[in-house]
Design a binder for this molecule. Structure first.
Ligand code: AMP
Length: 279
């Protein structure tokens, strides 16, 4: 049975009914899709109990229009979670998470400067702070995150180590559509033409990976290859294209042995991200 709660007090009452049970937490912003559900299923396999949080966190949106237009569908989300036998669906109102007078935040430094951090000022301060709050509220045994948001994974892992959160971070591979497009709540905002064009992100990553596998190891050449493929798609506009160190996220120059390919691309007005590790 899926229990629905809004307040942290109600959440904790259920969480601590039996302290001997393990709990998996899947943090989400709702508008659930098969990518989220893959995380839920992994959590279901690994733990006695599964909690899913649904919270569109205003502090991680650097663009007010993006926050306003972010898709929301709580009733359908809860149906999907019931079908997965999730134990607890937690959808806190904004004032439960950010009561009047709220003024504390978590800042992860170097890791949040490049890539998404550079292009979305304040984003990771919002993410780290809300995830710390979700962790403190639920105190899960394990927490589940998707590889699609690779910098988020790095930031959360760093925060867990640095602030001694007593939980394991579990990372799930990116779930994709048949044409390679990474599932995302924002995909629902693409027009049919844009939806077709959006496959260019995965195509660019895949071509760079196969050229790397057949001997092209120069970071600038790999970056240029992805840039050219995306620029060939008329509906796309590049925000960034990166070939970076998988741990530090610093841009590479020269030859690479192992690297994180990542990109952020506007398809029409919708900003999409994707990544692939090579080597
Ligand atoms: P979101 O609701 O977009 O904040 O995503 C909630 C969690 O689901 C995050 O850890 C995401 O990385 C993960 N996620 C979103 N889309 C995918 C996907 N296509 N494959 C795997 N994980 C995903």
């Amino acid at each position: 049975m899926t229990q629905l709660v809004e307040t942290i007090a109600d959440l904790r009452a259920i969480r601590w009914q039996d302290p001997s049970l393990t709990w998996g937490l899947v943090p989400t912003m709702g508008a659930l899709h098969e990518g989220h559900i893959a995380l839920v299923r992994q959590a279901r396999r690994d733990n006695d109990r599964v909690a899913v949080s649904i919270f569109v966190n205003p502090t991680q949106f650097n663009d007010p229009a993006d926050l306003e237009k972010y898709p929301r569908n709580l009733a359908q989300d809860i149906e999907m979670l019931r079908a997965e036998n999730v134990d607890l669906a937690w959808s806190p109102p904004v004032n439960e998470m950010y009561p009047h007078g709220f003024q504390t935040s978590v800042i992860v430094k170097e890791l949040t400067r490049p890539l998404e951090g550079e292009h979305r000022p304040g984003h990771f301060e919002g993410v780290a702070t809300v995830v710390a709050k979700l962790f403190n509220a639920v105190q899960p045994t394990r927490a589940y995150f998707g590889q699609k948001d690779v910098q988020q994974v790095a930031v959360i892992k760093r925060m867990v180590r640095d602030l001694n959160f007593n939980l394991d971070v579990v990372v799930h591979p990116t779930v994709r559509e048949a044409d390679g497009l990474a599932l995302s709540s924002r995909n629902s905002r693409l027009s049919p033409g844009e939806r077709t064009a959006a496959a260019v992100l995965y195509r660019a990553l895949s071509v760079a990976k196969s050229r790397f596998d057949s001997g092209e190891t120069d970071a600038a050449a790999l970056r240029q290859m992805m840039t050219d493929i995306i620029n060939d798609e008329p509906l796309s506009r590049i925000d960034y294209v990166s070939v970076a160190h998988p741990d530090t996220l610093q841009e590479f120059t020269g030859d690479v042995e192992q690297a994180l390919l990542s990109l952020a691309v506007y398809i029409g007005e919708i900003r999409l991200i994707d990544n692939m590790v090579i080597g």
